[in-house]
Write a protein that binds this ligand. Sequence first.
Ligand code: ZN
Length: 673
Amino acid sequence: MSLNDTKAPHIQLAIKDHFDALSDKEKKYAHHFSRASHLGTRVILRQVSPESEDIYNLILAIAESVKQDYSKLVSESVSKDDVRSFLEYSSQFLSNLGNFKSFGDAKFVPRLEQAKFAAIAATANQTASFDKVADAIYSTDKTLLGFLDKGHVTAYYGGDITEDEITKINDFCASKTIYPENTRVWKTGPKQFELRIASADTGIAQDTQFDASYEIPDVGTLKLAYGDSKNEFAKISEEMAAAGKNAANHTQEQMIAAYVDSFKTGSMAAHRESQKFWVKDLGPAVETNIGFIETYRDPAGVRGEWEGLVAVVNKERTKKFGALVNGAKEYVSQLPWDAEFEKDVFTPPDFLSLEVLTFAGSGIPAGINIPNYDDIRLTVGFKNVSLGNILSSKSSNEKITFLEDKDLPLFEQLKGPAFEVQVGIHELLGHGTGKLLSQERDGSFNYDNANPPIDPNTGDKITTYYKAGETWGSVFGAMAGSYEECRAECVAMYLLTNKQLLEIFGHTGQEADDVIYIGYLLMARAGLLALEFWDPATRKWGQPHMQARYSIMRSFVDCGAVELKSTKPDFSDLTIHLDRSKIPAAQKAVGEYLNKLHIYKCSADFEKGSALYNATTNVSEEMAAYREVVMDSKQPRRIFVQPNTVLKDGNVELVEYEASEEGNIKSFLERQV
Ligand code: ZN
């Protein structure tokens, strides 16, 4: 439990230029898709906590009642600061779509006494609405999302249902191919359960193979109840159908038809169909996705949270990335290993840089890799997208910590451009490189096994390889994700110093040198901030990218290019000092690290690879001592203020809002969902 954030940076999603560049038809497609996405707002609120939807209604009713002139809420017992606290709570609530943080799943309560919130509600004639939820807003005995019988909160489940009953119901549903993503489960009486399925229709579809109810041994009766959030799904289906009329191609039409089927009837099989078309819809001007996607917030990990994305392809950046891919051969040849450890033909991963117009969900990620349906990923494929205006966003009141004053102006100026180059190399040349030395099913090898390549790190011949049926994931297991991110980040750091490559992104002369400097500083700072995601109690890392960045920062420190300076025993004045003249040394160090990561990956050498990665990501006593100051200087999470689109006289207009608590609340009021 915590109090709501104060002075959280609010950021307006930068989208106008990209949106304006769309054709009228594309704008209409984006508009209807956005409306469908936002119409799921209450669906999310209903998944988070039992009180979330009422709090949402209360906040909007108060704002409406004073016509958004919040000075009217000031009274004898309520100060201007109190009203500010109310606005801060409200904005954070709206951006998380609930009173639990989307990042960390912990409850937050108003930084405002209950009596003062009550007075604000009274001024706005909302006393009854406030009284209905006051206890739930302020209660601090259940502060985490999780199973009800374990003392936690969730609205994926209701009644006095236990984890054990949920597990048995989930297993039973899996055995009948009743997909769980768009459902919630309620215990309605002794041995009586309801599987609430999100759909516009309230009856079972004619052609479904499912029964109206099932007897589950040791559990009881499970009734299939269609029509959960039926009003919302009726409208969502309408908006999706309208989007379909503005589709750019037949694939999009088929995709939309499958979505409409799914949202009308509650069929998750139809949603799976939609995703097959989505994967095949390559390089659309307007990229989208919608449905019950990520399952992180269901304590059982199978029910999805509603999510709707509408984004515009960043044509300029896509062009730069294209040039990077065209020059890949040249750049890849500069990496520290021999051709034997590289693919014969460079195959860049499918990767798009998007600018977000709409993200309806409890929190906006910086990148997505979907669909999550494993069978579709294997047989049809998936898409890897990076959300540019989320990644490179910056707000005016965000403090940049741990840098020396002399570096601040250049950092502010080139942080975005340096990060753009880093992301491009990471995604395309980083993840795109490397040949896995493997034995094929027929016993043959994809390399000269009789005369294996030399490990450049030791001068010895390679002795290990991927046996038939083995994959990178199966050999490296739980470590694979972070290890691969680290390899890609190292490639980014190693090639960032390449002037020819920087020219693709428009950086020449002194600016190119500055981009290199800021790029290395950015990585060093990310590596220090990473300590937030390391748990001193278990000595475990919680975030794969941050674990990787920590180890790269360590390599900069170990070679003497970066120094962490502090004069105080509590490190409260800790700063990162990067010596410009030692960037070549840092690049050399990262190259040596990369060469080992790469060779061990290519040769399936888990023994050496895991020993290396465990050592480089181990947090020494010295580094662990910095964790407290990193935690203390943590800033509140950013709040993105999203625009709306409106259809006026057959034209779609973009309406943007001020980057503030007031602007965020206004965007929700005008959305009317
Ligand atoms: Zn990556």
